[in-house]
Design a protein. Structure first.
Length: 75
């Protein structure tokens, strides 16, 4: 069973993680150079027009090595 303090800590971590990912998305989409936190290569944006679904390369943000791979739905 999870207690209230553990739940509050989990919610706080989740909120902070979401905020960090949102900042990262904004920076990459604005054209800023953002390095991958693992391999330090620049992250790049793949739009739906540039995605290659036959190669399983869907729209999102990723690095060349695939350490960072954030799938995005464009509306």
């Amino acid at each position: 069973m999870i207690d209230i303090k553990q739940l509050a800590e989990l919610q706080k971590k989740s909120k902070n993680s979401f905020a960090e990912q949102r900042k990262l998305l904004k920076k990459v989409m604005a054209g800023n150079v953002v390095p991958c936190s693992v391999c330090k290569q620049p992250l790049f944006l793949i739009t739906p027009q540039n995605s290659n679904k036959s190669n399983h390369e869907y729209s999102g943000i990723r690095c060349k090595k695939g350490c960072t791979d954030i799938l995005l739905d464009f509306v």
